[in-house]
Design a protein around this ligand. Structure first.
Ligand code: SF4
Length: 328
């Protein structure tokens, strides 16, 4: 079996033994190109267009639909950009856009029309901004996916951050390990183990089937060197908009050493409307989770509101939408 990710739809659909009829549901020329790691393809059910792993990565014809309210830039993060690869969105934390690249292309991703400039070499401008702002205590490595960077870029960056006294925490937002736990190779592992800063990995997982023994080993290794592991999940129709799946996901994350952190309402990105779960249902699911799980395993249900500096709890956003604040 070739180790390379699937980038050609016909190869993937042949591998999944898709019938002609089911192939009719798939968009063969999507705007956001197909990129499916072998490991994720292996977790897809054969000839099942409703498989929750398949749905996350394979473009359906439904992506072509233009739906009011769904746009190319739903989050509007660029207004917080200080330099080509840095966003100053949150108090005390800077978000470094390390790379455009990801190990996989998720069909619901708000970055699928990504226009941030990340091609310039190195991070000197961004690191200067971080060095010169003593109010910062945390740097969030985002992207794309920071683990898409080669060690030759990532390790020097981590070493530079390690030298900045006022930075206490280095946070990775990553999905790469889910498809490629081997990315935590010896070189990166050694580097992480030597950092004096507190390191946090927020891993993006949407369905319990994405977790397995290989990941458990990988996460256990990270925990051994003091890395904190949190999760983020996007609430997706047909994937995890179901109490049994969400409950299983939260327990499974915990059994893999990861604490459920965020459950995100979908960002309204063009092409992803078929993934939207009504807020009312999301709130019901969270309420039901509260009844089934210990409090520490219930994720915070949040959403991005364009131009706001922090995530908003869905419950308050929902109340606001029913009773908009008056401006005097
Ligand atoms: S940024 Fe995350 S959600 Fe978006 S395509 Fe990359 S891995 Fe998927």
């Amino acid at each position: 079996m070739e180790k390379k990710p699937f980038t050609k739809l016909t190869h993937l659909l042949d591998f999944l033994e898709f019938s002609l009829e089911n192939r009719g549901l798939i968009w063969d020329r999507p705007r956001f190109p197909l990129l499916v790691p072998q490991r994720m393809a292996m977790k897809m059910e054969k000839n099942n267009p409703e498989c929750p792993i398949f749905l996350q990565f394979v473009p359906l014809i439904k992506e072509k639909e233009t739906i009011e309210g769904f746009s190319c830039e739903p989050v509007q993060d660029p207004i917080f950009r200080l330099a080509p690869k840095i966003l100053q969105k949150y108090e005390g934390r800077s978000l470094l856009l390390t790379t455009k690249a990801c190990a996989m292309h998720c069909r619901y991703c708000f970055r699928q029309n990504f226009s941030y400039e990340t091609e310039t070499i190195g991070f000197s401008k961004e690191l200067d901004l971080i060095r010169n702002n003593p109010r910062l205590h945390e740097v969030i490595l985002s992207g794309g996916d920071p683990l898409s960077l080669k060690n030759t870029s990532l390790i020097p960056l981590l070493k530079e951050l390690e030298e900045i006294k006022h930075i206490q925490y280095i946070r990775f937002h990553t999905r790469t390990l889910i498809s490629n736990p081997e990315r935590l190779d010896d070189e990166l592992y050694n580097c992480l183990s030597l950092l004096q800063k507190k390191v946090v990995f927020v891993v993006h997982v949407n369905h319990p089937r994405e977790l397995d023994e290989d990941l458990k080993i990988c996460f256990t290794q990270l925990k051994k060197i003091g890395v904190e592991l949190l999760s983020q999940t996007v609430l997706l129709k047909g994937v995890n908009d179901n109490i049994a799946i969400l409950e299983k996901l939260c327990f499974s994350l915990f059994n893999h050493g990861v604490l459920p952190y965020y459950l995100h309402q979908l960002d309204k990105v063009k092409g992803a409307a078929h993934f939207e779960v009504p807020v009312e249902l999301g709130l019901e699911l969270i309420e039901e989770l509260r009844g089934r799980l210990p409090g520490y395993l219930v994720p915070r249900y949040v959403q991005e509101i364009p131009q706001r500096r922090s995530k908003t709890p869905v419950e308050s956003a929902f109340k606001e939408s029913l009773h908009p604040l008056k401006s005097f």
